[in-house]
Design a binder for this molecule. Structure first.
Ligand code: SF4
Length: 346
């Protein structure tokens, strides 16, 4: 009998809000509105997939440019798309100059895995669940021959806190032990490659009316009763692009951390994974999906994507107008090689 799929994303959702997990995994309900930050992150992943994939240098540049163009088709009329289009081009140009050569060889990209979930106390596999996932890349260090997962992230900030938390990142540890099991090869850890998202905005300039107000204020404050102020004109696309490219010349826009997975990390992660599956089974058995209202506004002012539905007490009109049904885990392939397959990436 086929097992139910669990992914890192499903586990994380369950731990943050069980009601959200229920909506996503049991009801297959997803918001119609697109999260622009997630979308930009997924475009960035696709860009790097081309960059680290095979092919001739100029052909890769062309394919990346074409991918970015196609990803933001309304950039001439939609300011958000226009900004993200500029941002992606500048990020890519800066990234390739910052990392002209790598210290690893790429063995596989977008590598998917399916592994049993094992009870660490007994060594038995879960009869209900299996773990599936996908890593951005599998690489081999040229110096030592060690295998590492390559994970790309784009982040608004690369703060000390962010870096400090990486070794405890459940996703990284989970993927490392899962891929080790899947490939039957030791994965030594994860190379975490983070690129910052520049917050520069294209200046809109000022309207004639805004200029007149500012000018009047300057004159009011001036001892001579005059001002040489000129109206601020909108920043041209070329000037904005130059500013972004200059920004991405700054080495601080990039950060890499090589994290080795310790035996203790692996043991703790295996144990956490098993315990979460037990909690999910209990919630299923009791059909109890407790909402975690502390999580509704977890990310600053931005509400959870299910907030309109929860706030409306599951109103059917809200449900129909703002959400659609989609099979869970659609980001993974429909069919995967089975877990006994020997080293499918090599
Ligand atoms: S809005 Fe709050 S309660 Fe509703 S699913 Fe999201 S986090 Fe859970």
């Amino acid at each position: 009998m086929p097992k139910d799929t669990l992914t890192y994303s499903a586990l994380k959702t369950f731990m943050s809000c069980r009601w959200k997990y229920h909506l996503q995994m049991n009801e297959g309900l997803v918001p119609l509105a697109q999260d622009d930050n997630l979308y930009l992150g997924s475009v960035w992943h696709s860009v790097l997939e081309i960059w680290y994939g095979g092919g001739e240098y100029n052909s890769k540049l062309e394919r990346v440019a074409s991918l970015i163009d196609q990803s933001f088709p309304n950039r001439l009329s939609d300011p958000r798309q226009k900004r993200d289009w500029h941002l992606c081009h500048a990020m890519f140009s800066g990234y390739t100059q910052h990392y002209p050569e790598e210290e690893f060889n790429v063995l596989g990209l977008e590598v998917e895995f399916t592994v049993p979930i094992v009870n660490p106390a007994t060594g038995r596999s879960s009869r209900t669940f299996e773990l599936r996932g996908k890593v951005d890349g599998l690489v081999q260090l040229q110096r030592t021959g060690e295998l590492f997962i390559l994970e790309h992230k784009s982040a608004a900030q690369i703060t000390g806190d962010y870096i400090e938390r990486l070794p405890a990142d459940f996703q990284i540890n989970l993927y490392a032990i899962a891929l080790s099991r899947f490939l039957k090869r030791k994965i030594f850890g994860v190379i975490y490659s983070i690129t910052r998202k520049a917050s520069l905005k294209q200046s809109e300039g000022e309207t004639e009316e805004q200029f007149e107000i500012r000018k009047a204020e300057l004159i009011r404050k001036s001892k001579t009763g005059k001002t040489s102020a000129k109206r601020k004109m909108p920043e041209t696309d070329e000037a904005y692009r130059e500013r972004l490219i200059e920004k991405y010349r700054d080495p601080e826009m990039y950060y890499r951390e090589v994290l080795y997975l310790s035996a203790e990390d692996a043991a703790r992660t295996s144990s956490d994974l098993w315990n979460i599956t037990k909690l999910i089974l209990t919630a299923r058995r009791e059909n109890s999906w407790i909402p975690n209202r502390d999580h509704c506004f977890r990310f600053g002012n931005q509400p959870c994507a299910y907030w309109p539905l929860c706030r409306s007490n599951n109103n059917p009109n809200v449900r129909d107008n703002l959400y659609e049904h989609k099979a869970p885990h659609s980001e993974l392939s429909a069919v995967l090689e089975d877990t006994d397959n020997e080293n499918p990436v090599f």
